[in-house]
Design a protein around this ligand. Sequence first.
Ligand SMILES: [Ca+2]
Length: 433
Amino acid sequence: MKPRFNIWLPLLSFLFSTCSTYDVPVTRDNCCILDDRFGSFCPTTCGIADFLNTYQPTVDRDLRILEQILEQISNSSGLTDQLIAQIRQAHMGSPQTQPNVIPGYTQKSREIIDEIIRYENIVVAHENTIQQLTDLLILNNNNIQHLKQKTAQLEAQCQQPCKDTVQIQELTGRDCQDIANKGARQSGLYFIKPLKAKEQFLVYCEMDTLGNGWTVFQRRLDGSEDFNKNWIQYKEGFGHLSPNDQTEFWLGNEKIHLITTQSAIPYALRIELEDWSGQKSYADYAHFKVGTEADKYRLTYAFFSGGEAGDAFEGYDFGDDPSDKFFTSHNGMQFSTPDNDNDKFDGNCAEQDRSGWWMNRCHAAHLNGKYYQGGSYTEKDAGPNGYDNGIIWATWRSRWYSMKKTSMKIIPFSRLSVVTGGQAGGVKEVGDA
Ligand SMILES: [Ca+2]
């Protein structure tokens, strides 16, 4: 930096050399310095010195400020140069790093975008699932609502008192004929109380318009009831009684005994049969009785009194052995069940044939046998033993033919002539009454 006073020295020497020589009034022509601050006269040396002394501090200060500004500019320029150099350097070095950095970030960005798309898809899939589940929930709620309504309806129904839909007739008697004698003409369920019975019990009475009243104690019609039962069940009875005679049952040996032995009045037994072609037949037995339990509910009758089904209770000659008929007769036989063998056979007929019956060795009649759909059956159908175990009436159909429908019913013997004499076509009219 140059010394600041150097520029004033030529100026001072000039002033001293010019202004000191003039004594005349100052004009532009004779005074080089014309300034109002000097007044209207050309300044003297002292005057200029005073002037300079007056303004010098201000000028010096301004100069210093200017010097400072210049210094700042100079410094700023240096800084700018440094920055430019750095930028250049950075610019020169960057081409080497860019190719590696940008592909790396691009790859990273793509991966992030792929990831975002994948998550978006998952979110959309979950939204669909949520929608489906919501629909299902609504559906289930509706179903629950529906079930609640049903439950409420059922509860309301259950509040109502139970109604017995089975109609039981009011008249009673010691058997169905006794009730018919009192005027009953409608078939259905009645209570009867045989003379020696301790209490009344329900039976199905088959009534007709002629005043006949049959007491029915066995019914087969569709195989709905299993007749493979034990001693107690055959004693007490099983199956169901219905007012329209549309159910299978065995009334019970004790009840049959009580009815058939209650007085000296003899009963007639009627067997009714129907095969799978719809053909019907019957067989009647006079003075039918069933004995006490102590005598194993023994079957007795006086004689076969007719019927196109034939007298199977008398036994049947199957052609196997001369003694066939003797050993297949039933009159005088005790009742047997699988758990109570009272037959004339070394083995157990009731167990072999899976039924309860007045077994001999074993039978020509077997109405409590196994129910075979269609009628005909074989030894193979009968099971491992191969015995004839169907619903058999050997004098009407083969022992390998099982009946479609059967019934066993009783009436006082004295009525049998009325029944038989009052019908032209056999059993049919009574059965349909
Ligand atoms: Ca035996």
